[in-house]
Design a protein around this ligand. Sequence first.
Ligand code: AMP
Length: 590
Amino acid sequence: MNSFENLGLSKAILEAISELGFETPTPIQEQAIPILLDGRSDFVGLAQTGTGKTAAFGLPLLELIEPQVKIPQALILSPTRELGIQIADDLKTFSKNILNLNVVNVYGGASIEEQIRKLKRGAHVIVATPGRLLDLIRRKAVNLSAVEYLILDEADEMLNMGFKEDIDAILSSTSEEKVTWLFSATMPAEVRRISKNYMTDPVEVTVGKANTTNKNIEHQYYMLNNRDRYNVLKRVVDFYPDIYGIIFCRTRKETQEVAELLMKDGYNADALHGDLTQVQRDRVMRNFKNKSLQLLVATDVAARGIDVDDLSHVIHYNLPDELEFYTHRSGRTARAGKKGISIALVTPREERKVKDLSRRLKADFEQVKIPVGKEVCERQLMNFMHRVNEVEVEEEEIAPFIDGINEELENLNREELIKRFVSLEFNRFWEYYKNADDLNLKSTTQRRNKKEGSNGEDRLFINIGKKDGIDVPRLLNLIHKQCGVRGKNVGRVDLKGVFSFFDVDNGFTDEIIKGFAGAVIGGRKIRIEVSGDRPSESGHRKGRSRGGERSRGDRGRGDRRDRGYRKDSSKDRRGKGDGKRNFDRKRKEA
Ligand code: AMP
């Protein structure tokens, strides 16, 4: 096995990284460091996030910088402020034994004057986000004429984020003599173009296969109804009491909403997205990194480059459209050789996205059953037991109370004591989960059977048909408009001349009959009734045109509106979810 000593690094650097606990180089470090130390070749490094890229370019770069020459010699471009801050911090740590080597970090959203002052004091290495750097170039506050090393970190992401023009401008405004090192998790055409246009015969190193994800990540997905998305999220979080993870949303709005709901429901969560001020973002990141925050709800952009080890889970509240985004998201977990779970919440419509990801990433995606209430309670309970086992007893502090406690509990034997003590914790979450719905979607076959009307569907007769200009989309539209029931809840439609039949999930029968009551379409009074063709689960029979109450078996299907029907008693309904939790969020205590 190779060692850092063999890679040609100086004592100053070796000591610094040894203090960080870096014992053996990661594959990208092992391959890149000797090449980059030479300082003459352009370089393309393809490696996923979390593989040690920062040290792979940072260590040789610091060896190449001449501290006595007091002008910027290296420029590192990073897609986000957060990643920039991390790179600068890492470089400062790596170079702590090198005298007078200055690393300055500049990024948008913070005072430019302050950054100009720092640059004036002297910078050997500048770490910058593209937009802010261009601002500084325009203000003539930064001199890049002597830059010998230009590093593009997470190049694919910079291009994804629309920095193409900025990067072109920066690349063409720096000296032709410089060498360029480009790092990327993936190699889309745009990154290829940059390497072709701005680099000369770059040495290319790939660690793992491009477009594959880290093997330590377990990819899972839960199949759900869209309306249950938030409740499933809570289930997952409750099922993993020790979760420390990022929940990815697609928009800033959704990010904020999910974070607010979680906070309202008593979870230790916060949001990270571009609408927050830099001060807010820094605060959230600080809390997340020091683990006083358990769940970070983030947009793809804001979470770029977040370097937090030990994340147990990444949750895709919604899957991203881009493969690269999925790779970057899931790459936030399973860092530095650890294991991690990436969980996607998907509706049946989105399942093809999972299949596509699986094929393109050459990774297995396992469909996992959404835990039911009992399983969540069991998990929570066992976690509690584990904590009992692990808790450190403050012997001295507790000693004065022991006699009183013994006296109070003297009539309870061990078994009784354990049961009561466990119930204190158990009762609280059992209360929330005892009536919770099973949020699992029926299997495809079950769903198909249901669609075919073999179970749980009513066949409705309506006195309009082809002669009234009705076709299937029009009929579905009409049902939606009149009754608020969506097309997805309607099964087979048989259009006849002046009447039609359609199957509908029998949880909606009453809603449809009520919705059409008194309606007049094309001058004709609508008549709608349950057809006698098929026995119905909910007891609707031919000729009945006003609904009775729904059977319990109908609960929880489809997009119901509250039209005066009996309210569902289940706690998982309508976004209120598993109830406002009052049982402890363990992380909060940490
Ligand atoms: P990076 O891909 O540069 O963001 O690094 C991912 C994580 O791995 C960071 O927390 C680094 O501190 C850590 N790391 C990088 N190189 C090594 C190494 N050779 N040994 C142990 N940890 C490392």
